[in-house]
Design a protein around this ligand. Sequence first.
Ligand SMILES: NC(=O)c1ccc[n+]([C@@H]2O[C@H](COP(=O)([O-])OP(=O)(O)OC[C@H]3O[C@@H](n4cnc5c(N)ncnc54)[C@H](OP(=O)(O)O)[C@@H]3O)[C@@H](O)[C@H]2O)c1
Length: 446
Amino acid sequence: MIWDYYNGKTLFVTGGTGFIGTALLCRLLSQSSPKRVYVLCRGGADKAKAKWSDMLPPSAAQILTENERMTILDGELGNTATMSLPEETIQMLKRTVHIVIHIAASAQLQNSLRELAYNVLAPSICLTQYALKFPNLERYVCFSTAYANAHLWKSNESTDVSVDERVYPLGREEEDYYKIALEAWSAVQKTGSSDEYDAHNFPWPYAYAKHLAERLVLQKAAERNKMDKVLIIRPSVLGPADKFPYPGFATSHGAPSTICAAEYMLHPGRRIRLSTRCQNPEQESTIDEVPVDVVVDRTLVHVALETSGCIHAVSGEQGRLSTEEWWRAFKKERRLPWNAKPSWVSDDWHSPDLHQLARKFKIIGTSFAFSQERTVKAVEKLGDGEKENLQLFADRSKPYSLHLRRHHIRHQAVEVAKKKRWPVFSASLLCRKGKPMACLDENVKA
Ligand SMILES: NC(=O)c1ccc[n+]([C@@H]2O[C@H](COP(=O)([O-])OP(=O)(O)OC[C@H]3O[C@@H](n4cnc5c(N)ncnc54)[C@H](OP(=O)(O)O)[C@@H]3O)[C@@H](O)[C@H]2O)c1
């Protein structure tokens, strides 16, 4: 059994108070009996418990706030491996931990590469170097993004770009791409950019930072002959949970489509200028939104099956949405009596003439077919009873809808209104009312 694998194990988790981290800890601690789970949190136990109590209904929050198997460590990732923890804690983790799950990142799509060097790259490298020295290490899991390879949209002419669960070198295939990664990292630290970054058209510096982080983590593992211990998880666009910890679970900032929906609700015009190269963009372009519980279950299953290398945590070709379906769900939530239709142009995704939605998210109007072959193969190893209780694939049996996230759309719309210096009540007027799902304890019990 997958869950038995975790019984008696000691885990160290970063990012445990975020969207994925909270869902992962709830799932792990409600299904298995690890010996201990250490969670790194800036601000320590009080901050972590306050965050979980705020985002979860009481019965789910309790799984985390009153768990005797969990210890919250007050620390922070940065450009040293100490994480602001006392030396004895650092030594204790080294001696005892079997599984490290590194989820934390304070990354924003609009961050510069210089900022990401500090927020994403340095912490990941330091943690990797430290964790690979653990004598009992069974698995080191590092979170990336499926869009780490989004530059392939520009180097490819297809209107549906296939992405496999592997590293795509930015130089020639035959080059030593780990050595190149070290050179690129050195250049990013010195100049805030690198030749390979300049040579490829990434949608955001964030995508390149994750691409480079993946290679640097693998390079450190190769140096220590521990490639078989490293698992890289690449989620696509995170969406609310289908089932666990309850249907609709999300955080107010965690789901990018919710942020897009808020922008759409407040758009006063009739047209939204978006970019594409597809002939029939509404049918051909797609959004791969993956429920957070699918990301969590894929991670926990692959760790238990001792998978190494890269894994896509995505909805994939069968589960992704056409832009038309996505847009239809937005339209249903809009209160302004006139529609705002996409107006498709062929500008580059960095064009300043696009609507700010497109300028921020860039991948609207594209289509990626992310392979999920390795999960399909992993499922073959599971028993029928076990498969039934896992959320390894997105449930698309019902039409895509945003009604469970109305509360978060409204919350985001207030933020957008504040930025635009509009009166806050305009956001409330233009968004439909929804109850915060976290107040509904029956959601968890159901
Ligand atoms: N959201 C998406 O659509 C998406 C898609 C693909 C991949 N990803 C990747 O998945 C991972 C998790 O995403 P998420 O949406 O769960 O993020 P999130 O909700 O923003 O949570 C981030 C977590 O990281 C922690 N953190 C940030 N900087 C830290 C630092 N310096 N030291 C210690 N902890 C720190 C935060 O702690 P605090 O509570 O202290 O703030 C929080 O627990 C990230 O690597 C992200 O890049 C996300």
